[in-house]
Design a protein around this ligand. Structure first.
Ligand SMILES: [Cu+2]
Length: 385
């Protein structure tokens, strides 16, 4: 009863002030934890007395839980890593397109490359990537026997030294460490407006348990010293490269998180998604999406083929976590979308809720509206912890 009352009081406070109250003096990780708790309270409250939810088989109580990589046990991390390697070692299932997709992981890479200009800076950016991470999680589980759910990279820790992050520390329970040293002149983000000096890597990832040969891309690498292939689906077998870049990871901070979730950029879906993607009128702002990609550096800077880096999935799960929390805390906006259908063409036709998200054979296509509720059961049923 006490818990219920506390939740109700918190919800009423949220409703009356119009924005959830968080202690803005705290660090980003603590603020995200507060937002996470308030999001859960709001979801529990919203479920009470909602006929659709009661009829649905999915509820907060039985939803799958996506967790911080750091919070997984050793066996859980090893199970995830094993399943990623399994997809990379399995034959492709989408041979029909004639792409250089040589394994099952490459199927996802090839679909992302193919869809790039219709899933970024568009009205389906958030829903498509949510769908995509779900399909990846499903493949890990159903095709490679992974027992858990998609973990996320908690951006807000180790921003000053990504090499200490359990995701990137190069240990046997990481997704590999920094790339080997490769002399270069840094990377350019934000449409060549933002300069990132070189880190200590830039070359092949040789540490950690994964043994990946990547086959597609790079298409638009932003790191000096990486050359694009001549065509989108050319076969270019090589190692995965990283250049852990703290000048980018430091954008993943409390000021930007607060702006997105309780501040000026939190009020509408359009403001929220533009801020998340760095589509401000200020071109020198990268947003959290781009900041995470440039923090990985090297292959991670390639809008088309950054998915070759297995940290892509943990980064996009974290983006989805922020979106999920924002949705729970902005009930009037959570079912809306905003934006066009072609990248960098604001005058392209508007995205609509019944537009199909094209999985290109990875799964059946789904309308955007089916992906807006992670507890909707169509097909999603998960929460973040
Ligand atoms: Cu993408």
């Amino acid at each position: 009863m006490r818990v219920y009352l506390a939740a109700l009081v918190a919800l009423l406070a949220t409703r009356t002030t119009g924005a959830p109250t968080v202690d803005e003096s705290k660090d980003a990780d603590t603020i995200m934890g507060q937002l996470q708790s308030k999001a859960m309270e709001a979801l529990v409250e919203a479920e009470k007395g909602t006929p659709r939810r009661q009829a649905s088989r999915c509820s907060v109580g039985n939803a799958h839980i996506r967790r911080d990589w750091e919070k997984l046990g050793t066996d859980e991390k090893l199970d995830y890593i094993r399943a990623v390697q399994c997809l990379a070692d399995s034959p492709p299932k989408l041979p029909q397109y004639g792409w250089a997709n040589k394994n099952r992981y490459d199927d996802f890479v090839a679909v992302h490359i193919n869809k790039t200009t219709s899933i970024h800076s568009t009205g389906n950016f958030l829903s498509y990537h949510r769908f995509f991470v779900y399909l990846w999680e499903k493949a890990l589980r159903e095709e490679c026997g992974y027992n858990g759910y998609q973990p996320y990279w908690n951006w807000f820790k180790y921003t000053d030294d990504l090499g200490k992050s359990p995701v990137f520390d190069g240990s046997s329970t990481s997704l590999g460490g920094d790339g080997d040293y490769f002399p270069h002149n840094g990377s350019m983000g934000g449409g060549n407006t933002i300069y990132f000096p070189p880190g200590k890597g830039g070359g092949c990832v040789t540490s950690g348990p994964l043994n990946l040969t990547i086959n597609l891309g790079p298409i638009t690498p932003r790191m000096d010293g990486l050359s694009p292939v001549g065509s989108l689906f050319e076969w270019n077998p090589r190692c995965l490269r990283r250049d852990l870049t703290m000048a980018a990871s430091r954008n993943l901070n409390a000021v930007n998180l607060l702006n997105l979730t309780v501040g000026d950029a939190s009020h509408t879906i359009q403001l929220f998604q533009n801020e998340l993607q760095g589509a401000r009128t200020d071109p020198a702002f990268l947003g959290m999406h781009g900041s995470g990609h440039f923090a990985m550096g090297a292959d991670g800077t390639d809008l088309y083929a950054s998915i070759n880096d297995p940290a892509f999935w943990l980064h996009h799960a974290m983006l989805d976590r922020v979106y999920w929390a924002w949705q729970a805390l902005h009930p009037a906006e959570k079912g809306k979308i905003a934006g066009g259908t072609v990248m960098r063409e604001p005058n392209s036709p508007s995205a609509e809720l019944n537009d199909l998200l094209d999985a290109m054979g990875l799964d059946t296509n789904k309308p955007i509206e089916d992906l807006l509720d992670t507890l909707g059961g169509t097909p999603l049923c998960y929460i973040y912890e």
